[in-house]
Design a protein around this ligand. Structure first.
Ligand code: FCB
Length: 443
């Protein structure tokens, strides 16, 4: 196999999606608590109030990780659990939880990898504008300072922000995620503040964590034009600027892509775009979350980018309606290496939702998810053979969980969760992954 010896195999989760205990031990409200309790926002009116109850079951969950032979675990910290209200006073019970989780992981020989922001912004900060308020750069720095001082003796791997595209645009411009705003200018402003917050956070991680390994996680998609026509090629280029380059260029080059600056034009009037040079701080890795590719055609009547996504009719799709396209994972990993030369690339999320049968004889049969993981891990291997410096892979997700606007309807876990009893059951994909890790690490 092409995977280097020190390659890390892991699984990922996020606080709001698994922890539950949303009103316990002093945790403050977050934008997803508010959003999910607003009628009509989340499928079946599901909320993360209980989720998988990981807050109380983390010992069992770490034991499951150990059974699988995971080498690393990517979790996120709930900002409102540790700073419940506005800025200022931290919550000792919340901090204790992350201490206990980290200690449990270390005891099991699993490398903790902490994400600071996976979308559960304290509602108290949203009340002051959230990511639209420039002061968030300082708020995020204070929160980073608190967590890195607290955990930095034991946690070396840090991710600042998960998927700024989704957090900024889906939350502030499309309204489909918390806080549910629909203003394209807001999406741009929120993303700008995220770049500045990322830079401030990286500085504090370096200051407080000896031998830190730190970076940001972006959701990136390979983009293909629907036809070889010049119009579709240009449309695909605009879409690439929208989802990929708007995020990559700031963190690697300290600038926004010039074609996008031109396209957004007066929508950027409130932003001093030159400030983004601050964002290009050295990173130890770039995290990428990969699920699918996008096929794009020109659409003269489309909204401001005049693009439209098409679904190739002969492809296979997951339950999310995302096209299966492992080759595009290879393509994007090779392109990142060529265009941006990151020190290392980590796949911080990759996985699939399918309709699973109920557990039978203590296991859940999920052949499609297993095949998805196999083909995508093979695609990573091909990218490594082509020179791309991938050094870690995290399955999304360890557990079935609260899938944002889809609630509990979409299951991404390699471990099944019965949301009535909260019982965990291995899926075949988990057992396949366990055997794969054992084989590839020679254990
Ligand atoms: C990503 C999110 C993650 C999960 C997967 C399916 O965009 O980071 O929390 O919802 O998609």
């Amino acid at each position: 196999m092409a995977f280097p010896k020190n390659f890390l195999w892991g699984a990922a989760t996020a606080s709001y999606q698994i922890e539950g205990a949303s009103r316990q031990d002093g945790r403050g409200e977050c934008i997803w608590t508010r959003f999910s309790h607003t009628p009509g926002k989340v499928l079946n009116a599901d909320t993360g109030d209980v989720a998988t109850d990981h807050y109380h079951r983390y010992v069992e969950d770490v034991a499951l990780m150990k059974t699988l032979g995971l080498q690393a675990y990517r979790f996120s910290i709930s900002w409102p659990r540790v700073i419940p209200h506005c800025t200022g006073a931290s919550n000792p019970a919340g901090l204790d939880f992350y201490d206990r989780l980290v200690d449990e992981l270390l005891k099991a020989g699993i490398v903790p990898t902490a994400t600071l922001y996976h979308w559960d912004l304290p509602q108290a900060l949203q009340n002051r504008g959230g990511w639209l308020n420039r002061e968030i750069v300082g708020w995020f720095a204070d929160y980073t300072d608190l967590m890195t001082r607290r955990l930095g003796d034991r946690v070396k791997n840090w991710i600042t922000i998960n998927e700024p595209f989704v957090a900024a645009f889906v939350g502030y411009a499309f309204g489909a995620h918390a806080p549910g705003y629909s203003d394209p200018r807001g999406g741009l402003l929120a993303s700008h503040h995220m770049f500045l917050a990322h830079a401030a956070s990286m500085g504090l991680i370096r200051q407080n964590v000896p031998n830190a390994v730190a970076g940001i996680t972006l959701n990136l998609s390979w983009v293909d034009p629907a036809t070889p026509s010049e119009a579709d090629i240009q449309a695909a280029r605009r879409h690439d600027g929208f989802v990929n380059r708007w995020f990559l260029d700031p963190v690697f080059k300290g600038e926004y892509p010039s074609d996008m600056l031109q396209l957004y034009g007066s929508m950027l009037d409130d932003i001093d775009v030159t400030e983004v040079k601050q964002a290009a701080v050295p990173q130890d890795f770039l995290g990428i979350n990969y699920y699918t590719r996008n096929v794009i055609e020109n659409d003269a009547n489309g909204p401001y980018l005049q693009t439209h996504e098409v679904k190739p009719p002969h492809s296979s799709y997951t339950q999310m309606g995302w096209e299966l396209c492992p080759e595009s994972l290879t393509q994007i990993l090779v392109r990142l290496h060529q265009d941006y030369a990151p020190k290392a690339l980590w796949i911080t999320e990759n996985g699939a939702a399918y309709v699973d049968p109920s557990p039978e004889n203590g296991v859940v049969a999920d052949p499609e998810r297993t095949a998805y993981l196999q083909s995508h891990i093979a695609a990573v291997e091909t990218a490594i053979q082509q020179g791309s410096p991938v050094t870690a892979y995290f399955v999304w997700s360890l557990l079935d969980n609260f899938e944002w606007a889809y609630g509990y309807d979409r299951r991404f876990g390699i471990i099944h969760v019965d949301f009535k009893t909260l019982t965990r059951t291995m899926k075949q994909s988990a057992l396949w992954y366990r055997d794969f890790i054992a084989k590839s690490t020679g254990k």
